[in-house]
Design a protein around this ligand. Structure first.
Ligand code: GTP
Ligand code: MG
Length: 316
């Protein structure tokens, strides 16, 4: 996907440079635009100045900075939405999860974050006419909780070929935050090669919280997190795909003021995510869902249910 560069696509760039980019798998404008010059140097062996120039030209071609509002509208027309499995949840999300945006699922353990991820990794593969993205799914699993058996169960309950569904989900286990950062940096190539339309990171913050302990390391942690989130947002825009992250709430029973169910990741997380979806346990298999801090979605609370077929509407 995206425009494949040839010599001549980027003004003033030698054909030998273009060959080096191709050899490193950087064949489209989008992938060059989202790869930092430092990495272009590491991947291709070209000089830093050339890498900076190549990256800047590609970025300008992909996104010339200011665009007219009518162009913006045109871009938004290409935005796609994927069903979550629940009509009610789709409704409060404006039709489903969006491409070109980061959607954050927030909730305590067992609130259904991973269950929504499973459901989306099946539904995103359906063609657009059936409420999907018609593309592949890439999962970065930081907790080792992604079970293919559950995907099979959901796919088969919905009447889909589970082998085909499994084939089209690429799973990477991130063992620590540095590994997670590397996997996220490699996304442009993966997304380009495999026509990925949904990227899931479950969970986004787990490793960071576990590794950076104490006030002294907080700034460094937040900086790394911001870098990761920036990469994810660029990938979502450059490839018109949807990014879904999960985030636990930190319970602070010791504080007597404020909300004890605060999402982790602080302002960095709050600002990077386009839509924040808050999940809370309800009766039996039901979950209460609310969209918080959205630029244009209403803050309405609805109920969904977790079933064999994944996330569905809760019965009244
Ligand atoms: P953490 O990852 O621990 O933060 O939690 P989470 O929010 O990811 O929770 P998850 O999505 O894993 O939800 C777990 C809940 O889903 C369990 O408590 C079960 O109630 C429910 N669940 C999991 N599998 C099934 C299933 O096959 N059928 C049904 N009906 N419910 C399921
Ligand atoms: Mg989970």
């Amino acid at each position: 996907m995206g425009e494949v560069i040839e010599s001549g696509t980027l003004d003033g760039i030698a054909s030998t440079t273009v060959k080096k980019l191709h050899k490193a798998g950087l064949v489209t404008l989008e992938s060059i635009a989202v790869t930092p010059p430092r990495e272009i140097v590491a991947l291709t062996g070209m000089g830093a100045e050339t890498a900076i120039k190549v990256n800047r030209l590609a970025r300008f071609k992909v996104d010339p900075g200011f665009v007219s509002a009518s162009e913006l509208l045109e871009i938004r027309k290409h935005m796609m939405r994927c069903s979550t499995g629940s009509k009610e949840l789709n409704r409060i999300m404006g039709g489903g999860i969006e491409t070109g945006a980061i959607t954050e699922l927030i909730g305590e353990f067992g609130s259904g974050k991973t269950q929504i991820c499973y459901t989306l990794s099946v539904l995103a593969q359906r063609p657009a006419e059936e409420g999907g993205f018609g593309g592949r799914v890439c999962v970065i699993d930081t907790e080792g909780t992604f079970l293919p058996e559950r995907v099979v169960q959901i796919a088969e309950s919905l009447g889909y070929d589970s082998n085909e569904i499994l084939q089209n989900i690429l799973v990477a286990r991130a063992y620590n935050s540095e590994h997670q950062i590397v996997l996220i940096k490699n996304l442009p190539q993966i997304c380009q090669e495999h026509d990925v339309k949904l990227v899931i990171v479950d969970s986004m913050i787990g490793h960071f919280r576990g590794e950076y302990i104490g006030r002294a390391s907080l700034a460094e942690r937040q900086q790394k997190l911001a870098g990761c989130l920036g990469n994810l947002l660029r990938v979502s825009e450059a490839f018109n795909l949807s990014v879904v992250l999960t985030n636990q709430v930190q319970s602070k029973p010791d504080v007597s003021y404020g909300d004890p169910n605060k999402p982790t990741g602080g302002h960095v997380m709050a600002h990077a995510c386009t839509h924040r979806v808050f999940l809370r346990k309800g009766r039996a298999n039901t979950r209460l869902v609310r969209v918080i801090d959205s630029p244009y979605l209403p803050e309405e609370k609805i109920r969904v249910a977790i079933t064999e077929a994944g996330i569905v509407d809760a019965e009244e």
